[in-house]
Structures are given as C-alpha cells and as structure tokens.
Design a protein. Structure first.
Length: 97
C-alpha cells in the first residue's frame, strides 16, 4: 500500500478550497482526534471495546484520506485485542501523518 503524505492536505483542500489557515486548523484537529482514537484503542477493555475503537479510528482515517492508517485500523478491528505488533504499526502510521 502506498503512503501519500499529501493525501490529507489534498482531501482538506478539496473540502475547503485554497484556505491554508483553515487547512492547517482542520489538519491539527484531525491529528488530535486520531491521537485520541489511538489512546481509546490502547485503553480498550475487552474485544468488543477494542473492535469498536478500531472501527472508529478507521472511519476517521477514511474521512481524511489517511489510507495507510485506515488499512491498519481495519486489521486491528479483525485482530485480537491489544495486538502489540498492530499497536506499534498504528503508532508509526500516526507519527507519519
């Protein structure tokens, strides 16, 4: 799967036009939401909570064109709760946003 670091900015620009300040503000809000989603996933108690948190993270990623994060969150939703390797991959994907 290819990683496109400009996908999020392109998605935001398509939504709001050529407004760099607004794009930066929305990008910051997205990153804050993603970090919160990752925190919720890491704190999930049980398989159901884990799966729900992973699906929420996937939906957020999909909304902003973060394809790699979306794919890994999908894997997490289908995996055992608190899969250490998937958590590491998710953290790396978030860091690269």
């Amino acid at each position: 799967m290819a990683y496109d670091p400009g996908a999020i900015d392109a998605t935001l620009a398509a939504a709001v036009g050529d407004e760099p300040a607004l794009i930066a503000e929305l990008r910051a809000a997205f990153l804050e939401s993603v970090q919160h989603g990752l925190d919720v996933l890491e704190a999930a108690r049980g398989d159901v909570a884990w799966r729900e948190a992973a699906f929420r993270l996937r939906g957020l990623a999909a909304s902003f064109g973060a394809v790699r994060l979306m794919a890994i969150a999908t894997e997490a939703a289908e995996a055992e709760a608190h899969d250490a390797a998937l958590l590491r991959r998710l953290r790396r994907a978030v860091e690269r946003l």
